[in-house]
Design a protein. Structure first.
Length: 733
């Protein structure tokens, strides 16, 4: 269980209230506002039908923290109202922004925004963009963002972000139930919380939730939100090396609009929805009045949060640990002045509610346990050091020191033997010339004397057996044509780009790299196609929603004009039902394509990482290969001249018995034990691999050269062939 360590000093501040006036074609002259003084005035004409004794109030004046005029843009609304609350969520402070007002006053447009234009984005998408942009800037903290979307329709909660089922009706969504623990903390059962790793994922969750919201047509609003919606962003911040974790949440609330049933004359389902909306807003007002009385010093021990689900969800936002901002939405039409005055009165009560705002900082128990274990290990080591340690530990340390000294002695001896390696073993220096001479002439080598196959000159048995080995190796060098011959050229090796290109063509893993490149290109193409399909589905859904709204407007106009009975009959519009079915189909396609796009993104990232590792290994192998080939070129040119001189005065040539060269039938059994030679660039690459292995073996056995020199030289041809090192041809080439 996390240990709460909240700050000692909190910010005791009242709820900020802002007034936003919706623009209309004919504003009332009785509504005056002053954005500089943040004041709004209502003038209500006296009703002369009440007689001479009339105590009706004719003037109302309200003050706000800010007045947003009808020409205020969405970016200005966000900067003045919600930016500070969103930044506070990153610093560990809870925040809430909610819009209140009558139906048709612009609450949903303020909170969510318009569906068509990018500049009409509301507070929710702009808050998402701000949070992720700030997360990218604050590199000293590690942030984790989760999102939930709750809808309260007729006092029943629904999860708008359920990805496990197809939504045809509101009842298909999982119901959310409220639970309270012993510490009066509210928990939501069946409310899914989704992690958002970037802005795109968060906006897709918002879009998915908006498509599942309940929207109906009313006489005062063609697309009226018939439910309360709470979009919550959970932010968790961790700093490297610290045990304190900041956890906060940002509630962005779009309340359903209140309406007077006596004015709208609604019935049926819309009337039932209006009753639940007005009742929940009435309970909200009761909570605000109780908090207002408590802030004024009156004895009000009980606040009726549990009367409705909405007030229970917003319990922390109203009178708790939260920075809360209210937007009062009104319209300037003359017919709606009474409702606008009621909204302003409610805002004045909300402004008197005081919240105690503190940062939510908790100590992560897992980090504490890890730190304490580390301290225990350090203290135990210190105790062992003070007590002198155990005999076994001391013995291990002595063995390690002795091993280190032995390694140092071996390295020193290897360096000394490397300095005088060639002068210490002249026999080993003459052997590479045997294979080097045929490689330079292009003819197969038959023995140490260098005789050709067509010459039946005198040769020894050792020459015949040596020719058996060279006949399988030297033709491989003689058959190296084109690119292989260029590869052994010093000028080609001096040009790194040409050498790398030749090495890459013969690299055994080059085919795998090219295959991964082609696969990555195909994944990119598929991802672009899926992205286009996702955007098309989203655009199609917006078009169908606009079509439904247009059909409803046409039916309403037809009903008001009396030209038809479609607006009054209550029959279902087949065109609208067809559009709804298409919306459900597009939503299913959108979910499938987005899920595939997410999987493709992970596959592309894995392929990119794999290719980067392959490129690094290719570069490392090329550097090793190039260094080895350059050393062999330098050694080969120096050894060739020395080998010719040593062969002329070698005592072994006079000691070998003279006999005719054996036939191919005699040499064939020796050739069967030798693997068939490879040709082309692959032969050179295989030689590089074998030479590297031989070099490692020679480095691990530094005393082999001196041992070979001290061994008596046998004149037996079998001994000469069997003792011959298998890497002479490789070292020569």
């Amino acid at each position: 269980m996390a240990l709460a360590t909240k700050k000692q000093v909190g910010d005791n501040s009242n709820i900020d209230i802002f007034l936003r006036i919706r623009p209309v074609s004919k504003p009332s002259p009785n509504l005056l506002f002053d954005p500089i003084e943040n004041r709004v005035d209502f003038g209500v004409p006296r009703n002369l039908s009440s007689g001479y004794i009339n105590n009706q109030r004719e003037h109302y004046e309200f003050r706000f923290n800010g007045v947003l005029t009808p020409d205020a843009k969405q970016d200005e609304v966000f900067e003045r109202v919600a930016r500070g609350v969103a930044i506070g969520a990153l610093e560990g402070f809870n925040g809430t922004v909610f819009a209140y007002g009558q139906t048709g006053s612009g609450k949903t447009f303020t909170v969510t925004g318009g569906p068509e234009r990018y500049v009409d984005r509301g507070i929710i998408p702009r808050s998402i963009s701000l949070i992720f942009s700030e997360v990218a800037k604050r590199s000293d903290y590690t942030y984790t963002v989760h999102i939930s979307y709750l809808e309260i329709y007729n006092e029943v909660g629904y999860d708008l972000l359920d990805p496990n089922r197809e939504v045809q009706m509101l009842e298909d969504l999982p119901r959310v139930h409220i639970m309270e623990d012993d510490e009066s903390n509210i928990h939501m059962r069946n409310l899914s919380v989704h992690r958002a790793n970037n802005e795109e994922e968060a906006l897709n969750l918002l879009f998915l939730g908006d498509t599942n919201r309940t929207i109906s047509e009313t006489p005062m609003n063609m697309a009226s939100s018939r439910s309360h919606c709470v979009f919550t962003i959970y932010v968790e911040a961790r700093k490297a090396g610290e045990e304190v974790v900041r956890r906060s949440k940002l509630n962005l609330v779009d309340l359903a609009g209140s309406e007077r049933v006596s004015k709208t004359n609604i019935d049926g389902t819309i009337l039932r929805e209006a009753k639940y909306i007005n009742l929940s807003l009435h309970y909200l007002e009761q909570v605000i009045i109780a908090l207002q009385e408590r802030s004024m010093g009156q004895n009000r021990p009980h606040v009726p949060y549990r009367n409705s689900m909405m007030t229970t969800v917003l319990r922390d936002s109203l009178g708790g640990n939260c920075r809360t901002v209210m937007i009062a939405n009104i319209t300037s039409q003359q017919e709606q002045l009474d409702e606008s005055i009621s909204t302003c009165r409610f805002a004045q009560r909300v402004a008197m509610v005081s919240n105690l705002v503190v940062a939510n900082e908790e100590v992560d128990p897992s980090l504490v346990i890890k730190r304490l274990k580390q301290e225990i290990r350090e203290l135990k080591d210190e105790i062992r050091m003070l007590q002198g340690g155990e005999e076994e530990q001391l013995h291990k340390l002595k063995v390690q020191v002795q091993q280190r000294d032995n390694e140092i002695n071996i390295l020193v001896s290897m360096l000394k033997k490397r300095e005088d390696g060639k002068s210490a073993n002249p026999l080993a220096g003459s052997r590479p010339a045997v294979a080097n001479a045929p490689a330079s002439s292009g003819q197969p080598a038959l023995g140490p004397a260098g005789g050709a196959a067509g010459q039946a000159g005198p040769s020894s048995s050792a020459a015949a057996r040596s020719g058996g080995e060279a006949s399988t190796s030297a033709p491989a060098a003689g058959r190296v044509s084109g690119e292989a011959a260029d590869l052994l050229d010093v000028a080609v090796l001096a040009d790194r780009s040409k050498a790398f290109e030749l090495f890459r063509k013969s690299y055994r893993k080059n085919e795998v790299i090219e295959e991964n490149k082609q696969l990555l290109k195909a994944k990119y193409t598929e991802a672009k196609q899926l992205g286009a399909q996702v955007n098309e589905s989203r655009q199609r859904i917006n078009e169908l929603k606009a079509l439904i709204e247009q059909r409803r407007i046409q039916r309403s106009m037809a009903g008001l004009g009396g030209s038809g009975a479609d607006g009054q009959s209550g029959e279902l519009d087949p065109e609208e039902e067809r559009a709804k079915a298409l919306i459900e189909k597009e939503k299913a396609s959108y979910k499938d394509d987005f899920a595939q796009l997410r999987r493709l993104k992970q596959e592309i990232e894995n392929l990119q990482q794999l290719l980067e590792q392959s490129r690094t290994k290719l570069q490392r192998d090329f550097e090793q290969w190039l260094g080895l080939m350059l050393r062999q070129q330098a050694a080969g040119s120096a050894v060739t001249a020395g080998s010719l001189t040593s062969q002329a005065g070698s005592p072994r040539a006079s000691m070998q018995p003279q006999r005719p060269y054996r036939s191919m039938s005699e040499v064939q059994p020796l050739q069967e034990d030798v693997p068939p030679p490879a040709t082309g660039l692959r032969a050179v690459t295989e030689q590089f691999n074998r030479a590297a292995l031989t070099a490692r073996r020679q480095n691990s056995q530094p005393v082999m050269a001196s041992h070979t020199q001290a061994t008596p030289i046998s004149t037996d041809p079998e001994d000469v062939f069997l003792r011959r090192p298998s890497t002479q041809f490789l070292s020569a080439t």
